[in-house]
Write a protein that binds this ligand. Structure first.
Ligand SMILES: NC(=O)c1ccc[n+]([C@@H]2O[C@H](COP(=O)([O-])OP(=O)(O)OC[C@H]3O[C@@H](n4cnc5c(N)ncnc54)[C@H](OP(=O)(O)O)[C@@H]3O)[C@@H](O)[C@H]2O)c1
Length: 416
């Protein structure tokens, strides 16, 4: 039997003395008029039932996070080939049976668009049956991408079933810029690509409006790794144009949430204004009552490589070969340098002992207009760490701090 209901502003505000702790106390609206969410959300990429997906530690971490008051879970239909949603569904059902939480306390976000694993088989079967989804973009034998509104709704229904709920709080189109990548690959002019892209998204939004009206979802939006990228990037996605597309489907639309990466190295949503937007993404979102969730706080992509913005937790004695030991030394040095740099700009007391992970989280969670930071808390100790970060003093100038750190990092890059 599935859990009925959904999160509301009333059910997600702190209730009663027994609900103590910073994840209950410091909450803010996910979007204007929407449910309240904790400063940090549980990111569910790479969780599932196999040891390679971090089981059983990830389940323990999720339970601990929910019991401590993390009330936002971000997942997707393709995470762990559906296992992420299944694990979340099982955990919610267990805690609901124990009366440790109710469906109305938790904000559930899932996504669709990727065609991989079991979903790839389904989409291929439709092709064989002569009823293909359209458009489908094929990037290789194991990765396709689909923006057919019928596919999006079909995926939504599977998502509801795996999560064991009647209604999702938010459903996002997952990295739709794949369509722009496909057009770029085929040398289609950018203007045509952009027109087709927002036109296709408007069709998906119309289908999601129907899903809102029948009570399958409360709100919808887009998660994009290129949201707010500069216009020289042919795969850039603009919040202004997404809102235009939503407005074209309904004056009273339910496009309420956007998601994108934000960390000390990838600062598009706060620092770079795309050519056709007057405001940066966060400011524009705030003006339009749209909530912004940010992801990958610690996984910073830099020129195709990845920089992990945490202190290493690996014991150097456990590292076998010389190259790995050198890598670990470099990472340790970088993390200490970054901590020192951040402390130069964080002048209020309380941050003296905070390790890099907490400095990163605090500077992101206090960005003006941001709803919550999604964090890949696959282990209980990461949840504990995030809770300490959320309890640090509020940073009123978090936008300036991140801009300064970013500028210094740019300076170092140029100088070396
Ligand atoms: N396009 C999209 O929609 C999109 C894209 C990216 C992410 N997301 C969402 O955002 C969530 C967060 O992103 P992410 O998981 O990729 O990256 P992340 O939150 O930056 O975490 C990266 C890794 O850092 C480690 N970590 C986490 N907390 C830590 C802590 N307190 N101290 C030290 N290490 C820590 C974990 O690695 P180990 O477990 O390996 O130790 C984790 O997998 C995802 O889970 C997903 O829900 C969405």
């Amino acid at each position: 039997m599935s859990l009925s209901g959904y999160a509301t502003p009333e059910t997600t505000r702190r209730t009663g003395e027994q609900r103590q702790g910073v994840f209950h106390e410091r909450r803010r609206p996910l979007y204007e008029g929407g449910p309240f969410v904790s400063l940090v959300g549980f990111g569910s990429y790479r969780i599932g039932f196999s040891p390679s997906l971090g089981h059983p530690q990830c389940r323990e971490a999720l339970e601990h996070a929910l019991r401590r008051g993390v009330n936002l879970i971000d997942t997707s239909t393709n995470y762990g080939n559906g296992q992420s949603e299944l694990l979340i569904g099982q955990t919610l059902a267990t805690l609901a049976n124990e009366n440790a939480l109710s469906r109305e306390n938790v904000v559930l976000v899932s996504k669709a668009g990727y065609v991989q694993g079991n979903t790839l088989e389904l989409v291929q079967q439709r092709e064989r049956d002569g009823r293909p989804f359209e458009p489908v973009f094929k990037f290789g034998s194991d990765l396709w991408y689909c923006l057919d509104p019928e596919f999006i709704i079909e995926q939504l229904e599977r998502s509801l079933s795996r999560l064991g709920v009647d209604c999702l709080d938010v459903f996002l189109i997952h990295n739709p810029e794949y369509m722009l990548k496909a057009y770029e690959h085929n040398n289609i002019p950018v203007d045509k690509a952009q027109a087709d892209f927002y036109g296709q998204l408007a069709k998906c939004f119309a289908a999601l409006e129907k899903a809102v009206s029948v009570g399958q979802i409360r709100a919808y939006g887009v998660s994009s790794n290129t949201l707010g990228a500069t216009s020289d990037d042919p795969t850039a996605v603009s919040l202004a144009r997404l809102l235009d597309a939503a407005n074209s489907t309904s004056q009273n639309h339910s496009f309420r949430v956007a998601q994108c990466p934000l960390n000390w190295i990838e600062v598009n949503p706060i620092a770079v204004e795309s050519a056709d937007d007057e405001d940066n993404t966060l400011t524009l979102a705030r003006k339009n009552g749209v909530g912004i969730l940010v992801n990958r706080p610690f996984n910073a992509m830099n020129d195709g490589g990845l920089i992990r913005l945490t202190r290493p937790t690996v014991d150097s004695a456990a590292v076998g070969d010389d190259a790995q030991r050198k890598g670990l030394q470099n990472w340790t040095r970088l993390s200490l340098d970054l901590e020192k740099l951040a402390r130069e700009y964080i002048s209020i007391p309380g941050y003296e002992e905070a390790p890099l992970s907490q400095l990163v989280l605090a500077t992101l969670m206090w960005q003006p207009g941001l709803s919550s930071v999604l964090c890949g808390m696959r282990r209980k100790e990461y949840v504990v760490d995030a809770e300490v970060a959320a309890a640090l003093p509020m940073l009123v100038n978090a936008d300036q701090i991140v801009a300064q750190i970013y500028q210094d990092l740019e300076f170092h890059k140029d100088g070396n």
